[in-house]
Design a protein around this ligand. Structure first.
Ligand SMILES: NC(=O)c1ccc[n+]([C@@H]2O[C@H](COP(=O)([O-])OP(=O)(O)OC[C@H]3O[C@@H](n4cnc5c(N)ncnc54)[C@H](O)[C@@H]3O)[C@@H](O)[C@H]2O)c1
Length: 269
């Protein structure tokens, strides 16, 4: 269904690279204008995906949609406010918000080490909480009031398969993603009479550049005998789920979590 999002303005956090960029492209391919975002202008280069946000903007403009990019830490309320003002001045009010920025990246800029419950550092706990939960809440608080006023809008939060099963290592990350799942349900409950839909996508392990660069073992094949599809996800497979939840075909879906993980969490429940 091409162009089912034309006339809409979408903001995807963490869309300078990785899954966020793929999600943003899927929305742009359906006609949405795009506000791209990353921590800073050169974050897209961290795992070699693009030199900077200028390059990413050009990719999106080639799809024929209006595109802007903003930068800032989603865990910083002043930065979030500034980014909203910039997007509204350049594009207009956002009707589709995808809270994608996050990941199991600690204070050092890499995976926390140690990364288990009893040994993970306080500094890493704070950074992970900012990146994965507080940031999602702050961006939601900044962008959803306009949707409520307009009586329409949709939010897609990016959780993880790790939210649905006990994990160690990655204890803090998976705990925070479980909180993102529950936040999604609470927000849907709070806003269901206001015309704003809130859903979440829980990706299984997905072959983004960051994932492949920070994975220590088994880069090509799923390392779990419990996976019903014995492989990692392609970023497009996650992006398609986000585009579905952003558009009119999912108009009766609210407060749900779509696990796009090839059945990985089928068995733990
Ligand atoms: N790739 C996977 O296997 C996988 C699986 C499940 C969930 N996820 C989730 O998908 C999302 C994207 O992951 P990815 O694999 O594309 O990783 P990535 O590191 O390539 O992308 C994350 C993006 O978020 C940005 N970001 C992180 N913290 C930020 C902050 N505080 N402020 C501003 N920007 C910030 C990064 O700069 C980057 O652009 C994350 O939320 C991650 O937890 C990924």
């Amino acid at each position: 269904m091409p162009n089912e999002l034309s006339g809409k303005i979408a903001f995807v956090t963490g869309s300078g690279r990785g899954l966020g960029k793929t999600m943003a492209r899927k929305l742009a391919e359906q006609g949405a204008d795009l506000a791209l975002h990353d921590l800073d202008w050169t974050s897209p280069s961290k795992y070699g995906e693009a030199a900077n946000l200028d390059e990413v903007i050009r990719e999106f403009e080639a799809l024929g949609v209006r595109t802007v990019a903003v930068t800032g830490n989603i865990g910083d309320p002043a930065a979030v406010k500034r980014m909203r003002e910039e997007i509204e001045a350049k594009l207009g009010e956002v009707q589709i918000l995808v809270n994608c920025a996050g990941g199991d990246i600690g204070a050092s800029g890499n995976k926390p080490s140690p990364n288990n419950a009893l040994d993970v550092s306080f500094e890493d706990i704070q950074v992970l909480t900012n990146n994965n939960l507080i940031g999602t809440m702050l961006v939601t608080q900044a962008f959803v009031p306009q949707m409520v006023r307009a009586g329409t809008g949709t939010v897609i939060n990016v959780a993880s398969a790790a939210a649905h099963m006990g994990c160690s290592p990655e204890v803090v990350y998976s705990t925070l993603k479980a909180a993102v799942v529950h936040y999604t349900r609470c927000l849907a409950k709070e806003l269901y009479e206001q015309g704003v839909r809130i859903n979440a996508v829980s990706p299984g392990p997905t072959k983004t550049a960051r994932f492949q660069a920070t994975r220590v073992t088994d880069p090509d094949k799923m390392n779990s005998s419990k996976a019903s599809f014995n492989r990692y996800a392609e970023p497009d497979e996650i992006g398609d789920a986000v585009a579905f939840l952003a558009g009119p075909r999912s108009k009766f879906i609210n407060g749900q979590v779509l696990r796009v993980d090839g059945g990985l969490t089928l068995f733990p429940g």
